[in-house]
Design a protein around this ligand. Structure first.
Ligand SMILES: C[S@@+](CC[C@H](N)C(=O)[O-])C[C@H]1O[C@@H](n2cnc3c(N)ncnc32)[C@H](O)[C@@H]1O
Length: 331
């Protein structure tokens, strides 16, 4: 087995610059997948002109967006800036969506800072053409938490629609068996209880998702180098419920490429973008790696493993700063 992770790329500008030369896309460029017609663009979510080059006349039935927050560009006091910026990509997204379509947005709520930008964001959405449908909470446990507050394990997910989009109810079920009995009802003279009458033996996920594991380093889907990866199971649930085979799914903040991978697995088409060539490259490589080896990520390695092995300067840098070098380790 190998052991060759890399650290968070966003926190290390030297590493970031060293990896740039291995990225096939430069700013403004678009990669088109020959096999299943996905696209990955190194584009800005707020640049409608460039997005039009990518989409042509294509429209999506589903958008899954996970914008950056708490990043350098939007420091705490700049919540208004964040919301102004968000309004632009929301409008851009709408531009490429069918008249009956669904929009999901992952959003943080900073509990140390008036839960921003949550309130400001949902107020902004009130003036958009999207209709609010659900506020989903995903259990998202990282680490052991504080001794002085409720442990923070929530991830907020907003669900909006336009028109009357598809909602495949058969995909809302979890793997958790129903256990609560006792809703008795007489049917044809026979007393039945609720478990006998229900359509599924499992509970529905509803808008509190407790059955999804936060990605961590021991999981096959882990993408070393990324910092904000969403669980594949969550994106698959959204895609299964809100689209059908061959539909177009879009994601303006690709990062580790989870939406692209989930679309490939579930036989949808995906157009996704990231402003950073490195995350575009990781997104494309994650798809290629899946097609070649069936892996969902790089649990024990990273997407630039081959280049790092052949690039002495990069190897030395990782070794000196992080004591990272390629190792074959025992079973
Ligand atoms: C929170 S991460 C998305 C995580 C993703 N859902 C996943 O599962 O890996 C946000 C990403 O948005 C990208 N980004 C930031 N500003 C952007 C912009 N204006 N246009 C496109 N991408 C942007 C960042 O480079 C980062 O990779």
């Amino acid at each position: 087995m190998k052991n060759f992770p890399i650290p968070r790329i966003d926190k290390d500008s030297i590493l970031h610059n060293m990896l740039l030369k291995y990225c096939r896309l430069k700013e403004g460029e678009i990669w088109s997948d020959k096999k299943n017609n996905h696209k990955v663009g190194c584009l800005d979510s707020n640049n409608l002109k460039d997005l039009k080059k990518m989409f042509g006349r294509k429209k999506a039935v589903l958008a899954v967006h996970d914008p950056p927050y708490n990043m350098v560009a939007f420091q705490e006091s700049d919540v208004d800036e964040f919301v102004k910026w968000s309004k632009i990509w929301i409008n851009n997204s709408k531009h490429f969506m069918e008249k009956d379509s669904s929009l999901y947005i992952w959003l943080g709520a900073d509990q140390k800072n008036n839960f921003q930008p949550f309130a400001e964001f949902i107020l902004m959405m009130k003036d958009s053409e999207f209709k609010s449908r659900s506020f989903i909470t995903m259990r998202n446990q990282r680490g052991y938490g504080t001794q002085k507050n409720w442990m923070s394990i929530r991830q907020e997910l907003l669900y909006y629609t336009i028109g009357s989009p598809i909602f495949n109810i058969e995909h809302v079920y979890t793997d958790i068996p129903k256990v609560v009995k006792g809703y008795y009802k007489e049917i044809n003279g026979k007393k039945t209880e609720n478990l006998e009458r229900s359509k599924s033996k499992n509970i529905r996920s509803g808008n509190v998702w407790i059955d999804i594991q936060q990605v961590f380093h021991l999981m096959d889907e882990n993408v070393n180098g990324c910092f904000a990866q969403k669980p594949l199971k969550a994106i698959e649930r959204i895609i299964n419920v809100s689209s059908k085979k061959n539909d177009l799914v879009i994601d303006f903040f690709a990062h580790s490429g989870t939406t692209l991978l989930a679309s490939e697995i579930l036989e949808r088409k995906c157009f996704t973008i990231d402003i950073d060539p490195i995350y575009c490259e990781i997104t494309i490589r994650r798809l290629e790696n899946y097609r070649k080896y069936g892996s969902l990520g790089w649990q024990n390695s990273n997407s630039f493993e081959e280049e790092i092995k052949n690039d002495k300067e990069l190897q030395n840098y990782l070794n000196e700063k992080y004591e990272l070098s390629f190792k074959e380790i025992g079973d």
